[in-house]
Design a protein around this ligand. Structure first.
Ligand code: ADP
Ligand code: MG
Length: 234
């Protein structure tokens, strides 16, 4: 099943008198239950593309289908609903809520979009905090933990609703090797058990090594595609 399909997607930003063409005629499709990685230099359009796939922004041209819906046809309310129910985000700058504790940050999506009973919510939050080894920091606030720890909280928050699609913008950039591998194995377990689809932007060779499909993006253009079988990647 195809979960993301882009046909000639373009995106430009207007800033004052200058127009920046961030994506040009980008076409690809991503199968459900796979791990895909977009790699490319800074400024090549990776974050722009993830924001479009995550329905946080709309393409300027072309067609983009996510989870079978044409994202241009979703209005604000429906696109928020769609996101909340289907997509987990790991933002490049974490986007943790500063006035909420670590625990409350991870609980937040469950409170916002899912009608999850309190006891079940607690179980889900604690499971994820343990999985990212942050359970002992759960009462701290974001400004009391390190960058790598914030990253782990952001990952727990993105995964807590078991979304169909997880978008991760350079998710292991702030993590040490051991933690990065731990997070990667957590993601692979979700993929195997729940058929979660993961789309990364990354420079990290560890992630690139796990991805079944790798797209190279340069100056807003897809310049390369490399596929590996899910079963036989080393
Ligand atoms: P990457 O994530 O690969 O570093 P981005 O998607 O952030 O690349 O940026 C692609 C291009 O679009 C860059 O030239 C960047 O400066 C520009 N850009 C990104 N976001 C905006 C924005 N909100 N307004 C104007 N230009 C932007
Ligand atoms: Mg970026």
């Amino acid at each position: 099943m195809t979960i993301v399909k882009a046909e000639n997607v373009g995106k430009f930003y207007e800033t004052g008198t200058v127009t920046v063409q961030a994506l040009k005629d980008v076409s690809f499709s991503i199968e459900a239950g796979t791990i895909t990685s977009f790699i490319g230099p800074s400024g090549s359009g990776k974050t722009t593309l993830l924001n479009l796939i995550g329905c946080l922004d709309k393409p300027s041209s072309g067609r983009l289908d996510v989870g079978g819906s044409n994202v241009l046809a979703l209005d604000r309310t429906n696109s928020a609903k769609f996101r909340g129910g289907n997509i987990g985000f790991i933002f490049q700058d974490f986007n943790l809520v500063p006035i909420l504790t670590v625990y409350e940050n991870v609980e937040y999506p469950l409170v916002m979009v899912r009608d999850t009973p309190a006891a079940e919510r607690r179980k889900l939050v604690l499971n994820l905090l343990e999985a990212v080894e942050m359970a002992d920091q759960s009462e701290k606030y974001p400004d009391q933990i390190s960058g790598g720890q914030k990253q782990r909280v952001a990952i727990a928050r993105a995964l807590v609703t078991s979304p169909k699609l997880v978008l991760a913008d350079e998710p292991t950039a702030n993590l040490d090797h051991k933690t990065a591998y731990m997070i990667l194995s957590l993601m692979k377990k979700m993929r195997d058990e729940l058929s979660t689809t993961f789309i990364f932007s990354t420079h990290d060779p560890k992630i690139v090594g796990e991805a079944e499909c790798i797209y190279t993006i340069e100056d807003g253009i897809l310049t390369g595609q490399q596929e590996k079988g899910a079963a036989n990647h080393a």
